[in-house]
Design a protein around this ligand. Structure first.
Ligand code: KG4
Ligand code: ZN
Length: 393
């Protein structure tokens, strides 16, 4: 018989009196699972901001064969890697499932097949152990990573620039659970643009990282002749009459980069062209991001306490420097820029466990096993399908 289970709703009501402040006082230990794209990740994190373990199984070799993330191949790899990631995360943290306070997983957004792996793994663990289950929004987790990693965490409200393979958004984090999307890309995500340009330039794939870091590395190499005296330049997206548009765009820059690379390379791509075009593209993409964030800060006038840069592209050193320079140069007074460490900027499960901890401390008791996976999920619709009975009143 199929039992529609909302395990934590009834328990929440029963134990409200006993546990009303328990999560706020006790150190919580949560296992997080993440598999929304091409990394199978498991981590154990505590509410006093200790990452006891963080395991990330990457799929660079598979992505290289398919020229990007292949949904079925990525799903299969997650099915292979997730059990190993979980067992390693538990053993490195030196905990058993019984010692945990909750099991957390990415419920969206992401690739549906990939999301099913962390979802069913977490639900099976929660069902067999009787532990609370928490489904986390992947982009909220990127946004809240700075609260885990920063000694002096940014206060709300803060801006968060989420730059990954699937997203390019400037988001106003008004509180832990309330977000407003201020700007988004009208076409490609910036990470996708980095990956496409790296492929266009035939940059050598790395077995330890994706293509974005390879492009960054080429852009940082000193230019070779004839480009040492005359660097290449690319036009900034959404300039001219679109200068005041509050949006990001990368498709025009991608086409311009392709034209430039073809013109410079002629019949054969050389390292001189690879370095020069990589640098021109990175400069234009990052300048565009910094200019548009500055436009939002100047025109919208939100009293933000900081800018948190997160998502895979947030590990780019040039982007970090340019964002810091932009934040330092704001005439009404500098705002601090925050960058999670690189391993926590790219996809990881520590951020999923951490976000679950914040939600538990904020009154969540646990979620049903039958909430839908949300492959598309706006940060503005956060947890709108979680029944009120899942929260302590
Ligand atoms: O957040 P993330 O790990 O996964 C997604 O949710 O998409 O971001 C992955 C994206 C990829 O497009 C990757 O090439 C890009 O972030 N990326 C970078 C760098 N590191 C990762 N792009 C530019 N520079 C980097 N250092
Ligand atoms: Zn991500």
């Amino acid at each position: 018989m199929f039992v529609r289970s909302i395990p934590w709703a009834a328990q929440a009501r029963r134990s409200r009196a006993i546990h009303s402040t328990a999560h706020a006082q006790r150190v919580l230990r949560v296992l997080g699972l993440e598999s929304s794209a091409d990394d199978a990740c498991a981590a154990v994190v505590t509410s006093n901001r200790k990452i006891l373990s963080s395991v990330v199984c990457k799929q660079h070799d598979i992505n290289r064969q398919y020229g990007g993330i292949h949904p079925i191949a990525a799903h299969e790899a997650h099915l292979r890697d997730m059990p190993r990631a979980i067992s390693q995360a538990l053993s490195e943290a030196n905990v058993r499932v019984d010692d945990l306070d909750a099991i957390a997983y990415t419920r969206g957004p992401g690739m549906f097949g990939c999301l099913t792996v962390c979802t069913t793994s977490a639900r099976a663990l929660a069902a067999s152990s009787g532990k609370p289950l928490v489904g986390v929004h992947h982009m909220q987790a990127h946004a809240l990573t700075a609260l885990l990693t920063e000694e002096k965490a940014p206060g709300f409200p803060f801006f968060t620039l989420l730059v990954s393979g699937g997203h390019t958004q400037l988001v106003l984090a008004e509180s832990m659970s309330k977000y407003r999307i201020v700007m988004t890309t009208v076409d490609n995500a910036v990470g996708d643009a980095f990956d496409k340009v790296a492929r266009l330039l035939c940059l050598p794939p790395s077995s330890t990282s994706g293509l974005g870091p390879v492009l960054e590395e080429y852009a940082a190499r000193p230019p070779l002749p004839p480009y040492d005296d005359a660097p290449l330049r690319l036009p900034l997206p959404l300039e001219g009459r679109n200068k005041d548009t509050l949006a990001f765009s990368f498709s025009g820059l991608l086409s311009a980069t392709e034209r430039l690379a073809k013109k410079e390379a002629g019949v054969e791509m050389s390292e001189a062209v690879q370095r020069a075009v990589a640098r021109a593209f990175q400069t234009a993409a990052v300048t565009h991001l910094a200019d548009k964030v500055r436009l939002a800060i100047d025109t919208l006038g939100f009293p933000v306490k900081g800018l948190v840069v997160s998502g895979g592209v947030g590990s780019n050193k040039y982007l970090r420097e340019q964002m810091k320079a932009m934040c330092d140069g704001i005439p009404s007074g500098p705002i601090p820029a925050y960058y999670p460490p690189i391993a926590l900027c790219t996809d990881n499960a520590a951020m999923i466990a951490w976000t679950a901890i914040l939600r538990l401390q904020d009154g969540l008791v646990g979620e049903p096993f039958d909430l839908p996976i949300r492959k598309k999920w706006s940060l503005e619709d956060l947890y709108d399908d979680v029944p009120a009975s899942c929260y302590r009143s």
